[in-house]
Structure formats: C-alpha cells, structure tokens
Ligand binder design. Structure first.
Ligand SMILES: [Zn+2]
Length: 219
C-alpha cells in the first residue's frame, strides 16, 4: 500500500545520506498521505544503503502499525513525527537530521542566526526545543511550541527538524539550515580570531520579508 509514497521516503532518506546531512542510518523521515492520513516512516537500525521501499512502515496517526512488510520497527523517534503532524495540520512531511553544524549549535543550546538570505528557505528563524531523551514523549512534546512558530526547529543536544507539505522541500530546508549553520559557525570563528567586538547580527525579519524577485526580470 502507498507504494509511491514509500518510494519517495526512501529516495529522500538516501539523498540526505548522499549529501552528507545524515550518516548511515542516522536521521529519520516520513510522509503523511493526505487521503488516508496514514504515515509512511523509515525503520530503525537499517543502513540507508540497504533500505528499499518494502522496509518503510505504514502507521496511523496514533502510531499503530498498519503495514509492516519486513518486520523492522519504525524509527525510535516515531512519537516526534506523530506530534509534528498533530501540531501542524498543514504539513505532510517531516525530515529529521543530526547534521554536523546545525547539531553542533543544538549541543551548545545556541541559536543559528539567519545571517544570509539562504535562511529564507526555512523561514529565517530556528527556535530551540528543550532537551528530551531520544525516543521519549518528553522529546516528542518538546517540539510542539517551536513548531507552532517555525518550519525549522533545533533540538537541544540532538539535531534538527524540518517540516513542509512536500518532503523534497523539507529536505531542501534541512540542506539550507546546515549551510547557514556552517557559514554562521565560520563567521563566529573569524570574529573570534580577529577579536572583533562587533556583534554578529541576523538579517532582520523585515528585511527577509522585503525580498522579492526583481521586477525587471519578470517578463
Ligand atoms: Zn534524532
């Protein structure tokens, strides 16, 4: 059932690995089918290279198994995915990574300032979800409030969570978040080397909002 959706989950999970956002089996991915409300989600403990669409598990909105062809367990972070869909009825995809630079800021409980326009891809801001032990309902609940104000969430001492209607866009957001985190990290390092006192400011929200495609290019 839902084979096209399952294939899409696998292709995005593999793409995330190939682009360096995830290593081997880290991170997890899901798509909610609009018609049935069922969720196709990646399994736990399966190297990404070995994953096929048969391994993707179908669950309902409460986490009950609807279809499980290969007997693997759904990701241990399933509760977090379910909470994301409950919190945001407008989304159909969840991408969760432990990408290096974004996670490094999450480990330090520091925000990733939107210092370049690439940050617009995920809305410019990344609220921090308070630490919760992986796989617990505490972690699942921690993302609720941040998700109400942003499509991008930094999970303290853990990783990043991106949501969208479309899983390809959610993955793009994860890619841009990692890129901005990397640039922000290097910018902080330069300021530190130079012993600069000037604060490193984010681009103001109004400035992000003011961006538009150039009028002269529209025709
Ligand atoms: Zn995780």
């Amino acid at each position: 059932m839902l084979e096209d959706i399952k294939k899409k989950v696998v292709s995005v999970a593999k793409k995330a690995c190939e682009s360096g956002l995830c290593l081997d089996g880290s991170g997890n991915f899901s798509i909610k089918d609009e018609e049935t409300g069922y969720i196709a989600i990646t399994p736990t403990k399966l190297p990404r290279a070995e994953m096929t669409y048969h391994d993707i598990i179908i669950i309902d909105s409460e986490g009950n198994i609807v279809e499980n062809k290969t007997g693997l367990k759904p990701t241990s972070e399933t509760m977090m995915h379910l909470e994301a869909y409950k919190t945001r009825e407008d989304i159909n995809a969840v991408v969760h990574t432990h990408s290096m630079y974004a996670t490094s800021f999450a480990i330090c409980s520091e925000e990733i300032k939107g210092v370049v326009f690439e940050a617009l891809a995920y809305g410019g801001k990344v609220p921090l979800a308070k630490y919760g032990r992986p796989g617990t309902s505490e972690l699942a609940k921690s993302i609720i409030e941040p998700l109400k104000i942003s499509d991008a969430v930094l999970m303290e001492k853990h990783g990043a969570l991106l949501v969208d209607k479309d899983i390809d866009v959610a993955l793009t957001k994860a890619t841009y978040l990692e890129e901005v985190a990397q640039m922000y990290y290097h910018s902080l390092a330069i300021k530190s080397f130079l012993k600069s006192d000037r604060p490193l400011e984010a681009i103001p929200e109004e400035e992000f909002k003011a961006w538009k495609y150039p009028e002269s290019m529209k025709k």
